[in-house]
Design a protein around this ligand. Structure first.
Ligand SMILES: Cc1cc2nc3c(=O)[nH]c(=O)nc-3n(C[C@H](O)[C@H](O)[C@H](O)COP(=O)(O)OP(=O)(O)OC[C@H]3O[C@@H](n4cnc5c(N)ncnc54)[C@H](O)[C@@H]3O)c2cc1C
Length: 71
C-alpha cells in the first residue's frame, strides 16, 4: 500500500448530492480504474474507500455521494 498526500484541484457537483473531485499527486500506485483509494479524513478513525473513476500521471478523479460524516 502506498501512502500519498493529494491536493484538491477541483470539486464539481454533478447533482444535489454527488460530487466529482479531481486531486493532484503521485498516482504511480494506481494501475487500473476500478481500484479504490482509502482516504484518511481528519477527525475520523476509519478511512473511507472511494473507487478510482479516472487517473493520469498527475491527477486522480473520484466521484462520491454525500452520505454521512466522511463525505
Ligand atoms: C470498495 C469500496 C469502494 C467505494 N467507492 C465509492 C465511490 O466511488 N463513491 C462513493 O460515494 N462511495 C464509495 N464507497 C462508499 C464509501 O466508502 C463510504 O462508505 C460512503 O461514502 C459513506 O461514507 P461517509 O463517511 O459519508 O458515511 P458514514 O459516516 O460512514 O455513514 C453515515 C450514515 O450513512 C449510512 N450510509 C453509509 N453509506 C451509505 C450508502 N451508500 N447509502 C445509504 N446510506 C449509507 C451509514 O449506514 C450511516 O448511517 C465505496 C466503498 C467501498 C467498500
Amino acid at each position: 500500500m502506498k501512502r500519498v498526500i493529494f491536493k484538491i484541484l477541483k470539486q464539481q457537483p454533478l447533482s444535489k448530492d454527488t460530487i466529482k473531485i479531481v486531486l493532484e499527486g503521485d498516482t504511480s500506485g494506481i494501475t487500473a480504474s476500478g481500484q479504490f483509494v482509502n482516504i484518511k479524513i481528519d477527525g475520523l478513525y476509519l478511512r473511507r474507500p472511494i473507487s478510482v473513476c479516472d487517473y493520469d500521471e498527475k491527477t486522480l478523479t473520484l466521484i462520491y455521494k454525500i452520505v454521512g460524516e466522511g463525505t
